[in-house]
Design a binder for this molecule. Sequence first.
Ligand code: A3P
Length: 286
Amino acid sequence: MALRKRIRPPKQPRPIRRLPQALIIGVRKCGTRALLEMLYLHPMVQKASGEVHFFDRDENYGLGLEWYRSKMPLSFKGQITIEKSPSYFVTPEVPERVRAMNSSVRLLLIVREPVTRAISDYTQLRSRATPSAPAHPLLPGHPAPDATKPFEHLAISPDGSINVAYRPIAISLYHAYLHRWLEVFPREQILVVNGDLLIEDPVPQLRRIEKFLGLEHKIGRKNFYFNETKGFYCLRNDTTDKCLRETKGRKHPRVDPAVVTKLRKFFIQHNQRFYDLVGEDLGWPE
Ligand code: A3P
């Protein structure tokens, strides 16, 4: 009797956890969360839910790539997995470690006008500062500078010079960190996203990013509505309708305009160095 060939049903593609093909590397307070959530509106994007801090924390990095993979979401073939940890941008070891994982990974760097970013950073540190929690969140083991002091006193030293040792100022010196990445990755592998434009009108920025990630254009006006109370765009698609949490889009304290002017002047030459590195003038006020 001839054996009848068994016809197998076509294999169902099963989702698996994959290492990220794209990373949002920073900069903190420039809209990293907004960018990740907006990209997640795309059907071909999966995101790691929290900040994994794999490349910047030795205790995580030491656990190896399989540990990192276990922190990733399930994805179908063809989908892009994205992770964001803003401290990647400023941590010296990270570019080389990222390259060791995947030398063709796509990198997204979102920036904002540096003085606004510094004030946003101050606003966040101040909101977290309580007398019982003195540890500096960016420099473990170091006492936090008194974040309840006015921004003006922290950003400007008593002799009137700019306090570049103050982390919210230091992190806004973007060129000081970007050059390390450019020693490891070709310029074309890093997309610089203008976070101020993403706040104003997300769709054109997302269009650029979709192209950079090799994704079909899917995120459009239908995915956003402006929330007057929050003062920011909120997001929606077939499964989501949400605004970012109240820690995103905080009201900033009033800063003495003379200090803002002084800081903007200070940043002119640093911004120019950043523009030279990225090959684009972001038009920040002088
Ligand atoms: P502020 O809270 O100072 O306004 P990060 O996620 O990197 O910490 O960035 C936080 C910043 O994201 C916020 O800073 C806010 O300006 C910005 N942002 C961009 N788009 C936003 C949106 N749609 N909703 C809320 N915040 C948004």
